[in-house]
Design a protein around this ligand. Structure first.
Ligand SMILES: Nc1ncnc2c1ncn2[C@@H]1O[C@H](COP(=O)(O)OP(=O)(O)OP(=O)(O)O)[C@@H](O)[C@H]1O
Length: 227
């Protein structure tokens, strides 16, 4: 579904991603781990076409996308949940979904409410008065309004209590199970995330140091020293 070949990314003179190559299959759930500054967010930004200075190729179902503008890639089926629950705090849950869906409304909204019944119950509530975990669920729901085939999530559990972390990761897994959506999730909560993904990619200083099954990392905690 997603083919990344010799991807390099730069901010001015700073070379952040070094020759990354990997592929992600249809319906896979992949976690991306790594220290602060390893290049995880930069990788997601490159995938949606949100970076000016990149070389190499990213193909989505065979179509080159790395030089596309972000809105074109959203139209193709890529969805991004940015770090920090980006919701319109002054608007209601329903209005947030409405804005995120653009021309895509009824069915997409029903799907989001099916995945997150709590958002349905609270659809008239102002988003800024939801809890942190609920706002994160709304941010994920907003990304789903464009009915993406692949959902890229940047640290969706930052700042949440451990029990809520598991709820959010479980919801992400449900999206994969119910809609067949491919998942790429950047996370700092390694243990909880490994339980909800098939595969992990570990970045260190912008290079891949591990790409393999999540079960191997779960069984061999010594490998966690990699990141
Ligand atoms: N807009 C930017 N301009 C200049 N440098 C940047 C920019 N964004 C990120 N960087 C630098 O690129 C490197 C990788 O940053 P990135 O945000 O991709 O890392 P990360 O692995 O997501 O980190 P974290 O876990 O802290 O979010 C860092 O050295 C960072 O300082």
């Amino acid at each position: 579904m997603l083919q990344v070949e010799n991807l390099n990314a730069y901010y001015g003179k700073l070379h952040v991603l070094h020759d990354l190559s990997f592929t992600i299959g249809e319906g896979e759930r992949v976690a991306v781990f790594g220290h602060n500054g390893a290049g995880k967010t930069t990788l997601l930004r490159a995938c949606v076409g949100d970076l000016a200075s990149v070389s190499g190729a990213i193909r989505y179902r065979g179509t080159p996308i790395v030089t596309n503008e972000a809105h074109v890639n959203v139209g193709l089926g890529l969805g991004l949940v940015q770090q920090g629950a980006n919701v319109f705090r002054e608007l209601s849950v329903r209005e947030n979904l409405l804005i995120a869906g653009l021309r895509n409304q009824g069915r997409a909204q029903e799907e989001v409410f099916g995945l997150f019944p709590l958002l349905k119950e609270r659809r008239e509530q102002i988003a800024g008065s939801l809890s942190g975990g609920q706002q994160q669920m709304l941010a994920i729901g907003m990304a789903l309004m464009t009915q993406p085939s692949i959902l890229l999530l940047d640290e969706p559990t930052t700042g949440l209590a451990p029990v809520i972390v598991r709820d959010v990761l479980h919801s992400v897994s449900e999206i994969n199970r119910n809609r067949g959506t491919t998942i790429v999730v950047v996370e700092q909560n390694v243990q909880a995330t490994l339980e909800h993904v098939d595969r992990a990619i570990v970045l260190k200083s912008g290079r891949i140091v591990y790409d393999g099954p999540s079960s191997t990392l779960l069984e061999q905690e010594s490998l966690w020293e990699l990141f």
